[in-house]
Write a protein that binds this ligand. Structure first.
Ligand SMILES: Cc1ncc(COP(=O)(O)O)c(C=O)c1O
Length: 392
């Protein structure tokens, strides 16, 4: 069976940068004092500035994970007991956990089957007097339709948080995913296109929310902020990234465009070939508005055309050594979240349909595919498609 090269974006540039920090002996430069290091050391500041410049945002804040970033964001937005936040269940558990952490209630809402993102029409049905925010998750590398979502939010005077954990480098109407909401950000964990081992970036144009986030990630101690009273009523944490990670992050950030371009090129090659197979639907990308960062390469089976079950097709693909997933987590069903959300006994039609009958995802995040690898994958799909039963 073919062995695919594992994806690894860490190279000699990161090694040199990390060594420099190690030699300096300053693995972190934060200090709880009224001085220039209160908000982080040299490399933290450099990387934050680079993100602000490239992504055209007023504030970038580094954190030690995107989970920490989400906790800080919901704290900064003032989410409290019984406040509701609308989000999709087809995502990662930290999305709900960060709301529950502040006593808020995750209100789950179904997704659109064409792009796997939260369905704006469904959002409208979930809004109540208690709704304080929408968490729009750019799943698999594809941005949500934020024009529609922002417009719903504006009408109802609520916040939009953009979770682009998986979508760094994707674009929405020419703007970077993550930046087209009140606040958003990215994960820098080991599996993402660029990584610092663990880590995250918060981005926002709202200075007030940014200030609160900076406090929250820093024990909520305001030694240097005159505009926020020292008696502010915030509970804070240590969510800080280290200098070592920031130095690696600077090198990783330089590589982002090249990495995303390669993922897109590979995905386009797959789509060009796989779309010829009866009943197989490659990712739909509205290229006038969006670009896809292809954390995953999501496929759908048209079960109205294909008679063979999804499970059987999945089994055949796995047997041929294709790195593929057949479902994604519906976090509304996690026992820890079930009782604290609106999801008790609720089923999400599109998510069930995708998980049971339609969704298959090639794990783009895990491998650095060559053209030969892609030809191998295409060949195996064709071989399997020759054996499938189709409806008349
Ligand atoms: C959509 C989404 N949100 C949040 C997270 C949490 O990010 P982190 O692992 O950096 O805490 C992830 C992580 O994979 C994710 O995929």
């Amino acid at each position: 069976m073919r062995k695919f090269k594992k994806y690894n974006s860490i190279g000699k540039e990161e090694l040199i940068a990390a060594n420099k920090v190690l030699k300096s002996g300053k693995l972190s430069e934060y200090i709880a004092k009224n001085n220039k290091f209160f908000y982080g050391g040299k490399n933290i500041k450099i990387l934050e500035k680079k993100v602000e410049k490239k992504f055209k945002v007023k504030n970038a804040i580094l954190v030690n994970s995107w989970t920490s970033g989400l906790i800080a964001i919901f704290g900064a937005l003032g989410i409290k007991k019984n406040d509701e936040v609308i989000l999709p269940p087809w995502t990662m558990s930290a999305c709900a956990a960060s709301i529950i952490f502040w006593g808020g209630k995750p209100v789950f809402c179904d997704i659109e089957k064409e792009n796997f993102c939260i369905d704006p029409e469904e959002i409208k049905k979930k809004i109540t007097k208690k709704t304080k925010a929408i968490l729009a998750v750019d799943i698999f590398g594809y941005p949500c339709d934020l024009k529609k979502i922002n417009s719903i939010a504006r009408k109802n005077k609520i916040f939009v948080v953009s979770d682009s954990a998986q979508s760094i480098g994707a674009k929405y109407y020419g703007k970077f995913a993550g930046t087209v909401a009140d606040i958003g950000g990215f994960s820098l964990n080991y599996h993402k296109h660029i990584n610092t081992g663990e880590g995250g970036i918060i981005v926002t144009n709202n200075h007030n929310i940014a200030k609160k986030c900076k406090l929250l990630i820093n024990h909520a101690e305001s030694f240097v902020e005159k505009s926020i009273n020292r008696k502010h009523n915030l509970i804070g944490f240590n969510f800080r990234l280290t200098e070592l990670q920031a130095a690696i992050g600077i090198e990783q950030f330089k590589k982002l465009d090249k990495i995303v371009k390669k993922k897109q090129k590979n995905a386009d090659y797959l789509s060009k070939n796989l779309k010829k197979l009866k009943g197989l639907i490659p990712p739909i990308v509205d290229k006038k508005k969006f670009t896809h960062a292809y954390y995953m390469y999501p496929l759908r089976l048209d079960h109205k055309i294909i008679k063979t079950s999804k499970n059987e097709i999945f089994r055949m693909l796995v047997n041929e050594g294709i790195p593929i997933a057949n479902r994604y987590e519906d976090i509304s069903k996690l026992p820890s979240i079930l009782s604290l959300s609106n999801s008790y006994k609720k089923q999400f039609k599109i998510i069930n349909l995708l998980n049971q009958k339609e969704y298959l995802g090639i794990k783009m995040w895990a491998f650095d595919f060559s053209i030969n690898d892609l030809d191998y994958i295409i060949l195996k799909f064709k071989k399997i498609w020759d054996k499938l039963d189709f409806k008349r």
